[in-house]
Structure formats: structure tokens, C-alpha cells
Design a protein around this ligand. Structure first.
Ligand code: ATP
Ligand code: ZN
Length: 213
């Protein structure tokens, strides 16, 4: 009998607070925001790991963590073999292609042969292939939206929620390639006792979500 389940959460970022609040609403207490990498719940058989979001799918695939909360965008981009067990309804955003505001855009074929800067080369590559467009994908890890103004790329593919970051960088959104929200992911083959703990957790999450609606 496994004594507990290990859950990976983003250490500090856009997913962190809502992830913590979700467990709190489920009545699961643990120390959070103390700077520690690990915390054991005082009232549920769970241990929490605090990590960079990009690392979470890999830890869950490897079984270092049994469960994790990440954006679907990150989970799909990493291509890790994990099971999406629940959509959580927060951190909703989209991955979109944007170009300088003054540029003419008639459709996706306008991107043929162009340089596109992104932190999501796999999602973008699949989308372009599906559309029959060949473009040069420049993978950069941050500040993607400044790429056109410094001459690094003619377009970007980045996370958008309100669109204000694009606007303040003189860009306009022309294609949405992926819609994302926070999801709970699980290791592909959980032991039956860990699966039982996951089922308990999902039961509580469903109750919390039902109460909100
Ligand atoms: P880390 O330091 O952990 O690597 P990060 O900077 O890569 O963090 P965040 O900016 O905290 O990541 O974003 C985490 C996730 O939150 C994103 O992968 C996405 O799913 C979602 N997200 C990003 N931007 C927004 C936004 N503006 N509104 C809502 N959700 C967002
Ligand atoms: Zn990250």
C-alpha cells in the first residue's frame, strides 16, 4: 500500500496560486510559498513538489511525480507520455500567430517562407505542416513578442490572453493555433493504491467545480 501520492505544482508563476487554491478548496492543507521544494500535506496522503512548469510533464512521465498541474500548451509541447485526467478551468489562454500591425494579411499562406519566432516549435511546426505552409521556426525562450521589432522574425507565435502584450508591441493576432487551460496530468500507469488516491482527489475537485457553477 503506497502511503501517499506525489503532486508537482509550478513553483512560482501564473499557475501557482490557482493550483494552491484548488487544493485548499478540496480541504487539502500544505505549506506553500515558503521557498521550499517539497511540502507534505497535514491532512491528505500527498506530497507536493514545486518545480518550473516546463519540467513537470517530464517528472510525471518518469514517475518522479504521480500527478502534476500544467498548462495544456506545455504538456502538449513537451510531447511527454502522460495522461490528462482533468481540465481545471483556470489559466485559460491561447497560442496565436501575430504579425506587425501594419502588415497586410490575407491568410495562412502569407506565412510561407517567413521567419516565425516562438517558444512552442513543436505545436507551431505541427500546425504549419497541417496547413501545408513551410516557414522557418526560430525557437527562443522568452520575450518572443519583441522579435519582429528587432528584425529577428516577421511573425511570432506566442501565448495570448487579453492581447494587450501583443498590442503594446505593435502586433496583431492573425491565427489561433491552440486553446489551453490548466490540466491535471498523471503518470501513465499508476499503481492501484495511487489510482484510488487520484479518484478521491478527482471526486473532491468535481465537487468544488460543481459548487462554482
Ligand atoms: P516557469 O518559471 O515555471 O517556467 P513560465 O514563465 O514558463 O514559468 P508562466 O508565465 O507562469 O510560465 O505561465 C504558466 C502557464 O500559464 C502557461 O504555460 C500558460 O498555460 C498559462 N498562461 C500564460 N500566460 C497566461 C496569461 N496571460 N493568462 C492566462 N494564462 C496564461
Ligand atoms: Zn516555464
Amino acid at each position: 500500500m503506497a502511503s501517499s501520492i506525489r503532486i508537482a505544482l509550478q513553483k512560482s508563476g501564473r499557475l501557482s496560486e490557482d493550483s494552491y487554491q484548488l487544493f485548499k478548496a478540496c480541504g487539502i492543507r500544505f505549506d506553500y510559498g515558503t521557498g521550499k521544494l517539497k511540502s507534505v500535506s497535514s491532512n491528505f496522503p500527498a506530497e507536493f513538489l514545486f518545480l518550473r512548469d516546463d519540467d513537470i510533464p517530464g517528472y510525471v512521465e518518469d514517475g518522479v511525480a504521480d500527478l502534476g498541474i500544467v498548462g495544456e500548451n506545455v504538456s502538449v509541447e513537451t510531447g511527454r507520455q502522460v495522461t490528462t485526467v482533468h481540465k481545471l478551468g483556470f489559466s485559460k489562454c491561447r497560442l496565436s500567430i501575430a504579425i506587425p500591425r501594419g502588415d497586410v494579411y490575407n491568410g495562412i499562406s502569407d506565412l510561407q517562407g517567413k521567419n516565425i519566432a516562438t517558444s512552442y516549435p513543436n505545436l507551431l511546426g505541427k500546425y504549419l505542416t497541417g496547413e501545408g505552409v513551410q516557414a522557418h521556426i526560430h525557437e527562443i525562450s522568452g520575450s518572443v513578442e519583441i522579435a519582429p521589432s528587432i528584425g529577428l522574425a516577421e511573425a511570432v507565435c506566442d501565448i495570448v490572453s487579453s492581447g494587450s502584450t501583443l498590442m503594446s508591441n505593435g502586433l496583431k493576432e492573425v491565427e489561433t493555433i491552440f486553446r489551453s487551460e490548466a490540466v491535471m496530468i498523471a503518470h501513465a500507469s499508476l499503481s492501484s493504491d495511487k489510482q484510488a488516491l487520484l479518484d478521491q482527489l478527482l471526486f473532491r475537485i468535481n465537487a468544488v467545480q460543481a459548487a462554482k457553477n
